[in-house]
Design a protein around this ligand. Structure first.
Ligand SMILES: C[S@@+](CC[C@H](N)C(=O)[O-])C[C@H]1O[C@@H](n2cnc3c(N)ncnc32)[C@H](O)[C@@H]1O
Length: 409
């Protein structure tokens, strides 16, 4: 197999993890708390969801009437290893060709316009529900012509008909997936990896308040359901949990959305700089004379979100997890230390004539160019690698940072 096909196959395997009902319910109900009509009269599209596997489908069916949905569209993806494996649930369905061995694999679409008789007691018998939904002449279940790729013409046509897209899309296609949502101007609630926050394509959308993190805490990882045939041999043991015969995989993922929610409008309670230096619970701040200034940015380093000084009017570099507490009423996001993401906060120095050294004094062989555009602080904390030049000047890089400032009142 050519390398690119191998990579694609590997990526596709990493894409096969399923979201738990409880996580979907918790996230979506927070939007409803803020606006109980957020889904009313809306067409919801779950475009990476096998209706027989997806808890997104399950959530929207169970709550179809309560939410006042106009329509729910769900499409599955043919290359998925679970595609059609649940078709047996359709019993003696005459529309499914009877084949020897594995049933014919198709990508399917389910268009729900009406939901009757679904009891909302948390019990969800897929077979009953599917049969009732299918028997209802106002609903449509049919195989797609293509493979159900969210980029295919028939899926894009369904996307055009929808108002809000809600799903956990394939991790490996996340950037393309988000781009398509914006190309078609769709509202969304989706899951993505935390690393994508500082991505060159994703970060500008966050900076411009076109997309933000959802309501579930950013600091918590999400536990996904792993399919029974998942190869977890390369995953760290701490990421895997088995409960009642089901395997879960912990992933550093986060909800992203363009729907408004209450937490975005709760200002973060903060102390002044003087109070922080006197009383902060963080030993890196308490007792110091001032906050550290970066060597290469005109900004101070704030290593903890709760240590943002309420009275500092300049630029501050804060941890990425700040986004969990970000209120656009309180702060402006100016950039991040990611290359290509800080035009408004330019770096003032390069480190090409420095070299990297380990704490034991040995050179790593890397040039200081490696730390260009990171938020760099003068000194050596005695813990992590540092960079030094011919004059013995030493600097160390802080973790990834987002540049913010207080919004003028
Ligand atoms: C991370 S899983 C999540 C599944 C489901 N949305 C959930 O949350 O339980 C991503 C799903 O996207 C499907 N997928 C992969 N590539 C796709 C594509 N190009 N178009 C549509 N779906 C795709 C995979 O088969 C997989 O089931």
């Amino acid at each position: 197999m050519p390398t690119s096909n191998l990579t694609n196959a590997k990526n596709a395997k990493n894409d096969e993890f399923y979201t738990q009902y409880i996580d979907i319910q918790k996230e979506l109900e927070a939007y409803l708390e803020y606006n109980s009509d957020v889904f009313r009269s809306k067409v919801i599209y779950c475009n990476c969801d096998d209706p027989f596997e997806s808890n997104f489908f399950r959530y929207f069916v169970l709550n179809f009437n309560k939410l006042g949905l106009k329509q729910l569209i769900t499409t599955s993806y043919k290359p998925s290893p679970v595609a059609n494996t649940q078709l047996i649930l359709f019993g003696d369905d005459k529309t499914i060709p009877k084949l020897k061995g594995r049933p014919k694999i198709t990508a399917n679409k389910f268009i729900i316009n009406e939901v009757h008789d679904v009891n909302d007691d948390g019990e969800f018998n897929l077979k009953d529900i599917a049969e009732k939904l299918k028997a209802n002449k106002h609903n449509e279940w049919s195989p797609l012509e293509g493979d159900g790729d969210f980029r295919s013409e028939e899926c894009v046509n369904l996307l055009k008909q929808s108002d809000i897209v809600v799903t956990n899309p394939p991790f490996s296609l996340f950037r393309e997936y988000v781009k398509q949502l914006f190309d078609y101007n769709k509202k969304f609630v989706i899951i993505g990896n935390k690393n994508t926050v500082t991505n060159k394509e994703i970060f500008p959308l966050i900076k411009e308040n076109k997309m933000w993190v959802g309501t579930t805490s950013y600091n918590k990882d999400i536990l996904f359901i792993a399919p029974s045939n998942a190869d977890l041999s390369k995953k760290p043991k701490t990421a895997i949990r088995k409960v009642d015969g089901i395997t879960y995989l912990r992933s550093p993922s986060v909800w992203f959305t363009s729907l408004d929610h209450g937490r975005r409008h709760q200002p973060l309670p903060l102390m002044t700089m003087e109070e922080n230096l006197k009383y902060s619970k963080h030993k890196e701040i308490k007792g110091k004379k001032a906050y550290d200034k970066y060597d290469n940015y005109d900004a101070i380093d704030v290593p903890y979100t709760d240590a943002i000084p309420s009275d500092y009017i300049g630029v501050m570099g804060v941890p990425i997890s700040f986004l969990d507490k970000y209120s656009p009423d309180q702060f402006i996001i100016l950039g991040s230390t990611q290359r290509g993401c800080h035009d408004e906060v330019p770096d003032t120095k390069k480190y090409d004539n420095y070299w990297e050294v380990k704490q034991d004094g040995k050179k790593t062989g890397s040039s200081g160019g490696k730390t260009n555009e990171n938020g760099n602080l003068v000194g050596n904390d005695g813990k992590k690698n540092y960079f030094v030049n011919n004059e013995g000047r030493t600097i160390q890089s802080a973790y990834s940072r987002i540049f913010i400032k207080h919004k003028k009142k």
